[in-house]
Design a protein around this ligand. Sequence first.
Ligand code: NAD
Length: 369
Amino acid sequence: MSRDPIRILLVGAGVRGTMWARVIAEAPDATLAGIMDHDEARARRARDDHAPGALVAPDFAAGLVGSEARADAVVIATPPATHHGLVSRALAHGLHVLCEKPLSEDLGEVADLIARADAAGRHLLVGMNFRYLPSSQRIRRTVRTGELGALSHAHFTYNRQRDGNRDDLNDYVMSMAHPMLLEQSIHHFDLLRHCYGAEVDSLVCDTWRPSWSTYEGDCCVSVLFRFENGVRANYLGTWTAAWNRMDFRWRSDFERGALIQREQFEDLVRVDFDRGLGLRGPNFKSDADAETPVAEPLEPCVPFVDDTRALLAEFLGAIHGESDPVTTAGDHLETLLLVHGCMESLESGRWVAIAELRDRFAPPRAPAR
Ligand SMILES: NC(=O)c1ccc[n+]([C@@H]2O[C@H](COP(=O)([O-])OP(=O)(O)OC[C@H]3O[C@@H](n4cnc5c(N)ncnc54)[C@H](O)[C@@H]3O)[C@@H](O)[C@H]2O)c1
């Protein structure tokens, strides 16, 4: 079925905005109508590389008055401190919005934006694109179908040596108090919620900064999650690892087997648990003694491109009224409750009940549109 392309403005043409420029420009049912960045050279570069006909402007307000940029929607890929102002302005202008994460560091601002989007009758989605990685989708499907039985517990580790001084990385994270939590762990917490189809009941967290880190704030995060359905997840994430090889592992143990993701964007294996082997088998001193993990077939995927394409498709489908979006600001608030729960646990040194935070910050559920 043919449909008119959705005209999209892009605010921010840095590391992430450049990716968005490519994905929007390549989408058959979208037009990249304008690119706005305080650094106009960046906006021009993104235009020249991806959308030669797009308007370029130094800021969102100037872009909005450019007549060529008549738009239906905006994608915002600027630093988090700018999100509340830009999203409010876009909604007031009647645009649908897809904003990068975190929607705001301030939960009150997030609740405010959800209320504004509801009042304006516009969609507000957030950049939780890792949900659309084939590995994430496969884990989610295994949980939903129950093919390995009930989920018991998980171990999620992300060890990365991300030198903040690299030229090709953003600068603003260097001075954040919680760069790891707000910029990276937020994706991992979202994956745990989304793939397990469950909300967190409570958590206890510690964050810290090794003295040799390139970041000013806490770049190491350790959390124990207790989900409402009883699942436990143990999380460790760091940008200050002592090995330059990216070391990612996400293991989910079910009643009748396990899924083990051994690389950040691929290499998901499944173990079918042989219960009797524990009695009759050898002493399990080598891999050969135990069940053989089998690779889960995954769709080919270019990380950050194909998952972003899928998120854009969700946004466009919602704007066309063809499907209800799930990666919404309301859903994102649940992930942000976990981030803030971590900060509260760090302060108090105690377990934090997420329901109590939700009562404080989540607006009453809006009737389904
Ligand atoms: N979802 C993902 O996979 C992913 C990956 C990377 C970054 N991000 C998110 O994308 C956002 C941007 O990160 P980045 O790495 O691209 O940062 P960046 O610093 O590389 O780029 C930000 C750009 O925004 C511009 N800018 C800042 N304020 C502006 C304003 N008010 N109006 C117009 N332009 C403005 C800057 O000049 C800069 O070019 C952040 O929220 C980050 O968390 C998401």
